[in-house]
Ligand binder design. Structure first.
Ligand code: ZN
Length: 84
């Protein structure tokens, strides 16, 4: 079976610190992320594949409105948010 891998835009590998090298994919065992540069692999817990790139294409599915620009949870993006 072919697993579909998608790049996470702006994601930085925690091991080799390369940007845009992290792909995410899901198997029967769950959701994983993997670095195509160094081979780093990690399992994601109960995390829907909702990287920044997806939020930009599915605006209607954003669940929590981000009203306070000062509150920025763990996030990788390097460019300022353009939505709003
Ligand atoms: Zn890496």
């Amino acid at each position: 079976m072919q697993t579909q891998k998608r790049f996470i835009a702006g994601a930085v590998c925690p091991r080799c610190a390369e940007m845009d090298r992290i792909v995410t994919y899901s198997t029967d065992e769950g959701q994983f992320r993997e670095c195509v540069s160094c081979g780093f692999k990690d399992k994601l817990q109960d995390e829907p594949a909702a990287p920044v790139a997806e939020l930009e294409t599915r605006v209607s599915r954003v669940e929590k409105p981000q009203q306070d620009p000062d509150i920025q949870p763990l996030r990788f993006f390097k460019k300022p948010p353009t939505k709003h």
